[in-house]
Design a protein around this ligand. Structure first.
Ligand SMILES: [Zn+2]
Length: 455
């Protein structure tokens, strides 16, 4: 199924040019393509549907259905130009005879290919197919409907095909305990991890995870009072649940866009998240750039909102007071900041990130993905897209005389980098919540004990 290309010949309705299309059969049942006739520049769209059916002998079979617009079928087998695209791989620009999946495999060693393919299969099996299921689990969690939350988790673990139930029983073995609030929170994040590990998990991710863990544990020990006042502050102002909700929304948004991200997943390597998207590869699928654009803007905003937590932690560590901001990031010469975290939370997004530099690990974690310039330029001065070649050109000045060009694949990569950070912020929030829940339970137990003694 996966490694198949279907070649077809067409005639352009307006100029008569013969066009060959080579369309890859991927994981998706339906794909839409948009391209231009190279001779007359007429826009052509092609819908390609794979229909599954059972034949007379009871075997599963597939039928391909084509719905063209701007072109009609042609019997010719000579062509003026060729359009190549695969929904799960980028197309190399160099050669009309290229096969996207073979090109994607080129120059890689066997283990690397295997890992990438596994990642891609897991991603499709778990995330794309389970988006609805996951959203339901989360919805019931936030509504406090733990009866249905539990049912959702059990259904999720069961899987819907033999293949995904095998993966899931390896990732989430046994019954997940759901006895108390800590269990529920941890079940929720384990289910999410089972879906997102192909995109997120890496050595670096684990290191960061442990760094968060020890950072919080450390503060809770050495700055017990300051730290717990800070957590109360976060809870009382709804920062934790608010940011958690937004993180989940963002992560689910990514699932909704998973078809758009599909052609870059094979190229994405969580171990090398900063590797640029290959410059000779392009994505010419029919992607809605507006949705992707808001995804990247939302990611930036969300990371900025989450600074109230991260900067608070840094303040405690370095100044023993969560409200003590290092300096005013909007002013030169590091003037003192008037006000505390609430005031800090309200200021413009871009300068805030400067304050991360006080803690090297946080700085290196977040700041490389904060491309406020790209975001501003695309937002304010506009952009153009060459969907045939898969480039975005964005203007860097108001007069639109200066511009930068990046590949569409690279823009999608930047979005995945944002997603990974948001995913990790969600983990940090979860850890703080988890510890808060433990503390509350212990306080309750302690009250219980003293009540018992009184009696
Ligand atoms: Zn034409």
């Amino acid at each position: 199924m996966l490694l198949m290309m279907i070649g077809k010949f067409w005639r352009c309705n307006s100029c008569g040019a013969i066009i060959k299309t080579k369309i890859g059969v991927g994981y998706q049942k339906e794909t839409n393509y948009k391209f231009e006739c190279e001779r007359c520049h007429q826009e052509i769209t092609l819908r390609f549907i794979i229909k599954e059916y059972t034949d007379k002998l009871g075997r599963t079979n597939y039928k391909d259905i084509w719905i063209p617009d701007g072109i009609s079928k042609s019997k010719s087998n000579k062509f003026d130009f060729c359009f190549t695209s695969h929904p799960d791989f980028p197309t190399r620009t160099s050669d009309v005879y290229s096969f996207p999946f073979i090109d994607a495999l080129n120059n890689r060693d066997e283990t690397d290919i295997l890992q990438r393919q596994l990642r891609q299969v897991f991603w499709h099996e778990l995330s794309m197919k389970k988006a609805k299921n996951l959203k339901m689990i989360y919805r019931n969690y936030s509504l406090g409907d733990f009866e249905n939350f539990k049912k959702g988790i059990i259904a999720f673990q069961k899987g819907s095909t033999e293949f995904d139930s095998k993966i899931l029983s390896a990732l989430l073995p046994g019954e997940l305990p759901l006895n108390n609030n800590m269990d529920k929170l941890s079940a929720l994040s384990r289910v999410l991890d089972a879906c997102f590990f192909p995109i997120v998990v890496s050595k670096n991710h684990f290191e960061l995870y442990h760094y968060f863990e020890s950072y919080i544990a450390d503060l809770n020990q050495t700055e017990y009072q300051n730290y717990n006042e800070f957590v109360d502050f976060l809870v009382n102002n709804n920062y934790l649940t608010d940011i958690q909700n937004k993180c989940f929304e963002y992560i689910f948004n990514f699932l909704d866009l998973s078809e758009d991200f599909s052609p870059v997943i094979f190229e994405w390597d969580p171990e090398n998240p900063d590797a640029t998207f290959p410059s000779d590869a392009n994505i010419n699928n029919n992607i809605s750039f507006d949705k992707i654009k808001s995804f990247s803007v939302d990611g930036f905003e969300l990371l900025s909102k989450s600074l109230v937590i991260i900067i608070g932690l840094i303040n405690i560590k370095h100044r023993h007071n969560y409200d003590s901001i290092n300096y005013d990031p909007r002013e030169r010469n590091k003037k003192p900041f008037k006000g505390g975290l609430i005031e800090f939370n309200a200021i413009a997004n871009a300068p805030k990130f400067k304050l991360l530099s006080e803690e090297n690990k946080f700085d290196k974690w977040i700041n490389p993905v904060i491309d406020s310039k790209l975001r501003n330029d695309i937002g304010h001065f506009g952009y153009t897209i060459d969907s045939n070649k898969g480039y975005i050109t964005y203007y860097t000045n108001k007069e639109k005389t200066k511009s930068n060009t990046i590949t569409y694949g690279e823009y999608l990569f930047r979005c995945i980098r944002l997603l990974v950070r948001v995913y990790q912020v969600n983990i940090l929030v979860k850890m703080i919540m988890y510890q808060h829940l433990i503390k509350n339970t212990m306080d309750e137990d302690a009250t219980q004990v003293s009540a018992d003694i009184k009696i």
